[in-house]
Structures are given as C-alpha cells and as structure tokens.
Write a protein that binds this ligand. Structure first.
Ligand code: NAD
Length: 415
C-alpha cells in the first residue's frame, strides 16, 4: 500500500524505524507544515518531501495517510485526507472532540474508506499472549483489571535533551497541554476493549496536581496530569485505569480472575514479561518451600508484583525502537493495508478508534462530564474474525508470527 506521512516530528521517527518490518507499506513521501521539520526528516531518512498537504495527497497512487501530527491537528488533517479519497491511520486520539471523531467515522463510512487510530499495541506479542491466556481461562473467569499508566515526573527530567534519531525534539509543551491521559490511556483502553468488549459505563476523576511543568506554560495552558477511571465492560469485567505524570513510573497491568492473577510488567514493550500468580498474588511454586521463601523475601523487597511463573510466548522478530517505547508502531498501518488489500473491514477500525477516543477524552476531562458516564460510541464485539482466530487456536494452528493479526477478543462473551 502506498502511504504518505503527515507530521514529521518525534513519533514519525518511530514509524520510520519500524516501517521495514512491513514490506507491504511503501512510503511515497511526507509533509510537515514546519519547514525545519520537513528539512530534517527528508535529509535524515532520504524521504521525498512535499511542500503542502494537497501536493502529498495528489501524489500518484497514494492510498493511505499516516496522520502523525499533534492532536490538535488530527481532525483537520484526517478530514482532508478522507475527503481526498485516502484511507487514514491516525495517531491517537482520533480528534480532540467526540463530535469531530464521529464526523471522521461518518465520512470514512460514507466513502467506504478505512479509518483506524494508534495505539496498535494490542497487536503486540505480549498483548496477544495475554489475550490468549485470558481466553484459555488460565486465571479462571476474569473479574477485575488494574491498569497503570504512570509516567513519573517527566517534567522534572531532562526532557529538553530528548531527541528522536532524526533530531526531532520531544514536544514537551504539547504533551503537557494535551495531557497524560489523552496521550497514554489509549494503550490499555485498547487492550481492555479488545479483550472485554466496549465500555458500557465509567466513572472518572481527573485533576491537575502540578501547576508548574517548567516549560513556562501558565496553569490554564496545562491539562490535568492525573486521572483515575473505573470502567465496566460489556462482558461484565470491571477495571480501574490510572494515568498520571506524578506517581512513580509504572505501566503494569494486573488481570484478576477467580483462579489467579496475570501480571504484565510494561505496556510499551512488545516482549514484556507476563507472570502468572495465585489469587493472593503469590508465586505458586511446585516445591512449596520455595513459595514460602519467596514470600518471606517479598516482605522486605518491593518485588511482589513480579514474582510468579513466567508465561512463555514466542517473541516477534520485528525491529522496535531501542527506547522506552519498544513497540512496532507500523504494525497498525500494516493491518490496515492488509484489510484494504483484502477488501475487508478492519477488526479494530473506525468504531473502535472512536470508542477509545471518547473514553480517553472523558477520562482526561472528567470534571466536565456527569458521572457515571455512559459512552455514546460502541463497536462490534467480538470482532468478526475473532471466532475464526479462536478456532485456529483450538485447532493448534495459532502461531505468533510477526505482523500477523491475532484475535484476542475471541471467546470473551463467555467471561
Ligand atoms: N512523543 C512520543 O513519544 C509519542 C509516542 C507515541 C505517540 N505519539 C503521538 O504522536 C503524535 C505526534 O506526536 P509527536 O511527539 O511526534 O509530536 P511532534 O510535535 O514532535 O511532531 C508533530 C509534527 O506534526 C507537525 N504538524 C502539526 N500540525 C500539522 C499540520 N496541520 N500539517 C502538517 N504538519 C503538522 C508539527 O509541525 C510537528 O513537526 C501525537 O498524537 C502523540 O500523541 C507521540
């Protein structure tokens, strides 16, 4: 599929670094409204650069736009791309207003175009392995999930020195203005919705805990830097998701079932360890004495989350950035390209992206919504191909090949 990139900042490097994992994606060129970014990106990656969005959209054969602009530009850029007849894969969120995200979904459907949004980390090996373990009943019936997206005080770190390989600076001001929840909630929201279905009800709380982020921005220019959301999913599972820029860094996930707990260490690592623990959160060692020793050690060390039997799963071969974001960013656009080539809808396409966007917007700006909040968006679940995926797993054909779509939602209706 011929793709064009709009927005050549920090995250665009991550897409460029992972594009080679997906030979079906052919980059036609890129555009950024900032001439300096255009020059830097074109020079570093040797990519043809266009002088305007219109010029890029007019490139012969262009089929899909990767919208990697700042969130405030997502709606306008995606809308223009859809109107020009291109499929769109957008960075998160789809738009900064639910109404705008709905408009994009309507436009895409009217024009029979595919629309999807990052994050695509539910396609990562760790998320897929976790989904299969849940599906296989490894912890019995799932009742509750605790999901942490705590980034620590990044505003106290030396983020002015953070640069992508091309030299693009980390956009601190934009990150703090958009908010940690809109930036990060989508990671676990997309996993949980893929596993447990759409959210039917949520109660969220959000606050701005730090008025000075060291960027010279007035407090009114800064978004809430903490949110806690309690979510009820269509399957009946409930979850608590916290997103913040203050509590110590923690991007773990704990899936609590009737017979045990699955704990994943790091949302942003496609090869994250996953541990199986008993219902009390302990490692169940076959020789019981070992479990007792570990429990004694745990009392004195802050390690209790991480003791458990390590779940084995096949690691992918995809190249990922050697940063804290060890994810194959181009896997989402590649899934879209496969669906477009097959003339099929995307399992986690426009409706899914709209739902995740709505949930993240409500969590980010919780004080402006009446709680409990019932989302107006939803998506078909389990995904159409989920039953086929489940069948393949039952038949023993389910493998973990890089770039291959796995169906984590299968079977969850029974949870
Ligand atoms: N920074 C990260 O680590 C990171 C990680 C994952 C996802 N993201 C997401 O990626 C997106 C971009 O973030 P970023 O960190 O690359 O920001 P950035 O500011 O570094 O880059 C965005 C680029 O888009 C350009 N741009 C903005 N509006 C435009 C428009 N209308 N037309 C053309 N170009 C336009 C800007 O000039 C800038 O060069 C955001 O949605 C963010 O949530 C960022």
């Amino acid at each position: 599929m011929k793709i064009g990139i709009v927005g050549c900042g920090f995250v665009a490097d991550y897409y460029m670094l992972t594009l080679a994992n997906h030979p079906a994606l052919e980059l036609v060129g890129a555009y950024d409204r900032d001439p300096a970014a255009r020059e830097r990106f074109g020079r570093f990656f040797g990519v043809p650069m266009f002088d305007s969005l219109e010029a890029l959209l007019a490139a012969p054969g262009l089929e899909c736009v990767l919208n990697l602009t700042n969130p405030s530009s997502h709606y306008a850029v995606s809308r223009t791309a859809l109107l020009s007849g291109c499929h769109v894969y957008s960075e998160k969120p789809l738009a900064m207003r639910v109404e705008d995200a709905e408009d994009l979904v309507r436009l895409a459907k009217e024009r029979d175009l595919l629309l999807a949004a990052a994050p695509c980390s539910y396609l990562g090996e760790a998320a897929q392995a976790l989904g299969r373990a849940i599906e296989a009943g490894r912890v019995g019936k799932v009742r509750l999930v605790y999901a942490e997206m705590e980034d620590g005080m990044v505003f106290r770190e030396n983020h002015r020195d953070w640069k992508a390989p091309s030299g693009a600076p980390w956009p601190a001001r934009d990150e703090f203005a958009v908010g940690a929840t809109l930036e990060h909630a989508g990671y676990y929201l997309s996993w949980l919705c893929a596993f447990f279905g759409p959210v039917t009800e949520m109660t969220a709380f959000a606050a701005r805990c730090f008025d000075d982020k060291g960027t010279g921005q007035a407090p009114g220019e800064l978004a809430n830097d903490l949110s806690v959301s309690c979510l009820r999913f269509a399957s009946g599972v409930v979850a608590r998701l916290s997103c913040g820029l203050a509590a110590p860094k923690d991007r773990s996930l704990h899936v609590i079932g009737t017979d045990g707990i699955l704990s994943l260490s790091e949302a942003w690592d496609y090869a994250s360890p996953i541990y199986e623990r008993d219902v009390m959160g302990h490692w169940q060692s076959r020789p019981k004495i070992l479990g007792k020793i570990v429990r004694r050690v745990e009392r004195g060390l802050p390690l209790r989350h991480w003791f458990g039997r390590r779940l084995t799963y096949e690691r992918g071969e995809a190249k990922v950035p050697g940063t804290s974001s060890r994810m194959d960013f181009a896997r989402g656009p590649a899934a879209l390209a496969r669906a477009a080539a097959a003339g099929e809808p995307l399992d986690f396409g426009a409706d899914f992206a709209l739902h995740i966007t709505e949930l993240a917007l409500v969590a980010q700006n919780a004080e402006t919504y009446q709680m409990p909040y019932r989302p107006r968006s939803s998506f078909a679940w389990p995904a159409a191909s989920a039953s086929a995926g489940a069948q393949a797993l039952q038949d023993g054909k389910g493998g973990d090949r890089v770039g291959e779509r796995h169906d984590v939602a299968a079977g969850q209706a029974a949870v």
